[in-house]
Structures are given as C-alpha cells and as structure tokens.
Write a protein that binds this ligand. Structure first.
Ligand SMILES: Nc1nc2c(ncn2[C@@H]2O[C@H](COP(=O)(O)OP(=O)(O)O)[C@@H](O)[C@H]2O)c(=O)[nH]1
Ligand SMILES: [Mg+2]
Length: 182
C-alpha cells in the first residue's frame, strides 16, 4: 500500500456487496475511467480482495471490497483491519439478479452490524444498481423486496440510510449518489 493510501486525512469510503453487483464499475466512474454513458456494459473480471483508489481532488480513499465468498469471509473475520474508521459505506445490490437477492439480503444483514460496531459514525447508503433506463422493474421489484426484508432490521439499528437507484448507462445517477460524500 502506498503512503498516499495511508493518509489519515483521507475520507474512507467503502463499497460492499456480492460479486457482480457493479462495485468496480462504480469506482471507475468516480475515478473518471468511465466518462461516457455506456452503450454496452464494460467487460470486467472479479475484484480480488480489496482495491483502494485515492481521489485526491476530493480527499477520498475508496475501498472496493471484492464480493466473492472467500474474500467476504476474510473481511468479516477481521473487521478491525478492514471495517474501522469508515465515513461512508455503500452497499451495492444488482436489481436484475433475482436469484441472488436473498444472498445479498443475508450479506447486508451480516455486514451492517459489523460496520456499525466498528465505525459507529459511518453513514450507510444503499445503491440499487443496474437500474438501467430500459429495465422494467415492475415485473419483479427487487428493490421493494429488499427494502421489505431489511426494513425492521434497519430500524433496529437506529440508522438513517440513504437510498439511490444507479446505472452505468446513466453516469449522473452514480455521481449523484456520491455528491454528499465529503
Ligand atoms: N446492466 C448493467 N450492467 C452493469 C452495470 N454496472 C456494471 N455492470 C456489469 O456488471 C458486471 C460486474 O461489474 P463489476 O463492476 O465488475 O462488479 P463487482 O464484482 O461488484 O465489482 C460487469 O460485466 C459490468 O459491466 C449497470 O449499471 N447495468
Ligand atoms: Mg469488483
């Protein structure tokens, strides 16, 4: 890890969620590696472990937590290394992935208390990602299903949570979700 990444004045932002939710693509938007609305989604390989990106102009360091199960277990087993001093946590859900919705709910309910315990001041955000302009959510509304399942759980944690619909096909939707991060 370079010295820049260790700078203590940087605001720590984390992205968590299952693999394939679109976390790394979001980092690429925030770091201006993707500058135009995509006509087809970029082809990406799964993130190994954690990748950190510094956005110097905004004083941010973004931790992209690879979502594969082996890595997920590693973070949860050692939260003091990974989940401390977080200012903003973004939990990313693929609203088009019906078959893994339940898995994503379970992971959210597992990580939220650990984040809150290790970073009590962290602001929690949920991104309903892949809400593409041409995607019709009325058939299976995964966003509503997710919220229904976690509602009372969130209330139990007395945290107010910000919610955003995002898509790589609308870069502004992603940038706006991070506007309040400073
Ligand atoms: N349809 C659609 N696909 C997306 C979107 N964002 C990312 N993807 C695709 O989803 C796949 C996984 O993205 P990636 O960023 O690697 O997910 P990660 O595993 O959470 O880091 C890639 O093929 C991306 O191109 C989106 O908003 N809509
Ligand atoms: Mg990734």
């Amino acid at each position: 890890m370079s010295n820049e990444m260790n700078r203590e004045d940087l605001i720590k932002v984390i992205l968590m969620g299952l693999e394939n939710a679109g976390k790394t693509t979001i980092v690429d938007v925030l770091t201006d590696k993707i500058r135009f609305n995509q006509l087809t989604p970029p082809d990406m390989s799964p993130t190994k472990n954690i990748e950190r990106s510094v956005i110097s102009e905004r004083n941010l360091v973004v931790w992209d937590f690879g979502g594969q199960e082996v890595y997920r277990n590693e973070y949860l087993a050692d939260p003091e290394t990974y989940l401390r001093s977080i200012s903003f946590a973004f939990y990313v859900i693929d609203v088009q992935d019906y078959y893994r919705l339940f898995n994503s709910i379970m992971y959210f309910m597992t990580v939220l208390p650990i984040i809150v315990r290790n970073s009590p001041d962290a602001e929690i955000n949920i991104l309903f990602n892949k809400t593409d302009p041409n995607f019709d959510p009325t058939k299976k509304n995964l966003k509503q299903m997710f919220l229904d399942k976690v509602e009372s759980f969130i209330q139990g944690h007395k945290k107010s949570i910000k919610i955003f619909d995002t898509s790589i096909f609308n870069l502004n939707s992603i940038k706006s979700a991070f506007n309040h991060v400073k």
